[in-house]
Design a protein around this ligand. Sequence first.
Ligand code: GNR
Ligand code: NI
Length: 171
Amino acid sequence: MTKLKILEFPDPRLRTKAALVEEVDDELRKFMSDLFEIMYAAPGIGLAATQVDVHKRLFVCDVSTDKSAPLVFINPEILEKEGTTVTDEGCLSVPGYYEEVERAEHVKVQFLDRDGESVEMQTDGLLAVCIQHEIDHLNGKLFVDYLSEAKRQRIRKKLVKERRQQAAVVL
Ligand code: GNR
Ligand code: NI
């Protein structure tokens, strides 16, 4: 079991720009398995290190419905984007809110895999959307940043209020 917790908007730590991973070692692989554990338990289709307050450029994802397609992306970089697609997005760091976001439909991405090998991958569909959402996290960006200021403030106020009420229950 991991004791890592998911940070929630508007926590300023979610705005940190993550640093490049220098070495893919056993400690990092242990951290990746913690990320999978948290992501599957949530449940979610992706989780960036930034969301658990670890500011390294890596994320995990699995867009299958039966945990059959786990992928890790270390030092990911988008090489090419094509087309546009609109998806109803959610985020484990913005619990309970779903809004339409426009992103590239096809994405060519380069990254290191769990063995530190460089990989290039052509993606589309939900995986391409998820990759763009997670790379945004590594740059301190959230899907609510694509919404209007008014919508973002409304979500922020509701989340802050909810958290205050939760804190009151614990006391
Ligand atoms: O679980 C998640 N679902 C999702 C749906 C549409 C677009 C992006 C996502 S990612 C999200 C998990 C998460 O917050 N990853 O950072
Ligand atoms: Ni997210």
